[in-house]
Design a protein around this ligand. Structure first.
Ligand code: ARG
Length: 467
């Protein structure tokens, strides 16, 4: 092509839009992680300070160089925090951005910082520190959610509601008991978080590129300085491992699944048809066209965030699957998934804690629903076993006939007359009416972990004692 302008045009067509300048621009775009890994700046700087201090302590660099490095890193930290730092995509990632700035600030001493380490152990360190801190935040957030549920459970230990299986009325339970089911779920999530923190409490720095180093470093010293229990034991595994990120994402997915079940119940409970709760204005919105509506948007969005979080878990599992040891650049794709899931989870837990604290529980509606749908049928069958000595299977059959009769008369079991009941089984006495009310039904379920208010209060006390 003789003419310059048509040459530009043809390379434009070839590379398109923002890649007009060709392979270099494409490489920079696919290779750079600074756009997202700048989030790791504080961990990166802390890690470098600990590393430089250890190098000086071991006589690998001079105390003078160490002081310059630490001072320079401090300056960079303030520059980033004040917004004055200029991140460069050409420098790829947070590690090289910080190191390049250090060289500008302190000159050749900066070049000594990277002795006995590689970006492979550096990124493993930074990211692990970040995930560990995020898990500590998650633990606190779950504790606040559990506390909100414990308060509601205590307040409603006697509030009767229908318990469901298949979303069909099954047996009466208390709202307190239902709240405590979520305390159990979020309590398990919290213990998974605690285990994961322990699991990942090993320092990667000093594994170097993959094989360790010949410099006389002290990995126990850096581990201690960075708040880890001990250093990792295998340098190859250290730079290959992203289990800590996968563990975070799987815990987040399970917790999000629990949150989405609760979100779904809130959506159902707040419909006019159920009317079990009323959401506060803070967590619902009006419709722009239908003035009567109050939509549970926050709950719906919590339900949807689960899809995102699960997606992140699958994405990273798929990135890691089949990667040969040790480091491969594929692993750079770990961060955005974890950052996005962490943000979604934090928000979902906070929104749920707010909704649980603020919602108005409509005990009258719950009680009315608890009595309908023949929810005390099992109580009648149990009474026949206990008081009339029937085998449970026969009692079940007799009760089925009582339900059919009530259905035919269009009334509840408790509204049948004694004569009606005796026409089905002669052994039935007046005393049966004591168990046909929903209050009597829940009060009778005193087995360990059962719905009786006294039992639920014991479980609340147990959880209060173990924050
Ligand atoms: N930005 C890289 C990442 O996030 C840092 C490690 C780069 N290591 C390498 N050998 N290229 O994974």
């Amino acid at each position: 092509m003789a003419d310059g302008s048509s040459e530009t045009k043809s390379s434009n067509q070839m590379w398109g839009g923002r890649f007009a300048s060709g392979p270099d621009a494409i490489m920079e775009e696919i290779n750079a992680s600074i756009g997202f890994d700048k989030k790791l700046y504080a961990q990166d700087i802390r890690g470098s300070m600990a590393h430089a201090t250890m190098l000086a302590h071991q006589g690998i660099i001079s105390a003078e160089d160490k002081d310059k490095i630490v001072h320079g890193l401090d300056t960079i930290l303030s520059e980033i925090e004040s917004g004055a730092f200029e991140f460069s995509r050409r420098l790829e990632d947070i590690h090289m951005n910080v190191e390049a700035r250090l060289a500008t600030l302190i000159g050749s001493a900066a070049g000594r910082l990277h002795t006995a380490r590689s970006r492979n152990d550096q990124v493993a360190l930074d990211f692990r520190l970040w995930v560990k801190e995020e898990l500590q935040k998650t633990e606190k957030a779950l504790t606040a959610l559990i506390a909100a549920f414990l308060d509601r459970a205590e307040e409603h230990a006697d509030t009767v509601m229908p318990g469901f299986t298949h979303l069909q009325t099954a047996q009466p339970v208390t709202f307190g008991h239902h709240c405590m089911a979520y305390v159990e779920m979020f309590g398990r999530d919290r213990s998974r978080v605690r285990h994961a923190i322990e699991h990942m409490d090993e320092s990667p720095i000093g594994a170097a590129a993959l094989a360790g180093t010949g410099f006389p470093i002290d990995r126990h010293m850096t581990a201690k300085a960075l708040g880890f229990r001990e250093p990792t034991r295998n340098s190859i595994d250290t730079v290959s491992d992203r289990d800590f990120a996968l563990e975070f994402l799987s815990i987040a997915s399970i917790a999000a699944t629990h949150l989405s079940r609760l979100a779904e119940e809130i959506v159902i409970w707040s419909t006019p048809q159920f009317g079990f709760i009323r959401l506060s204005d803070a967590f619902s919105t009006g419709s722009s066209i239908m003035p009567q509506k109050k939509n549970p948007d926050a709950a719906e969005l919590v339900r949807a965030k689960t899809g995102r979080i699960n997606g992140s878990l699958i994405a990273l599992l798929t990135v890691m699957k089949g990667l040969p040891l040790a480091y491969s650049k594929d692993m750079q794709e770990d961060k955005e998934q974890v950052f996005d899931a962490a943000e979604s989870l934090e928000l979902a837990i906070a929104a749920m804690t707010g909704m649980v604290r603020d919602m108005t529980v409509r005990a009258d509606r719950m009680k009315a629903a608890a009595g309908s749908g023949y929810s005390t049928a099992t109580d009648l069958a149990d009474w026949l076993v206990r008081e009339a000595g029937l085998p449970f299977r026969d009692a079940h059959h007799v009760t089925g006939r009582a339900v059919a009769l009530a259905e035919q008369k269009g009334c509840d079991l408790a509204d049948l007359s004694l004569a009606d009941l005796q026409s089905i089984h002669a052994a039935i006495t007046e005393k049966v009416f004591d168990v046909l009310t929903v209050e009597a039904s829940v009060a009778s379920r005193t087995s360990f972990g059962g719905t009786a208010p006294a039992e639920v209060r014991k479980q609340i006390a147990w959880w209060r004692g173990r924050n």
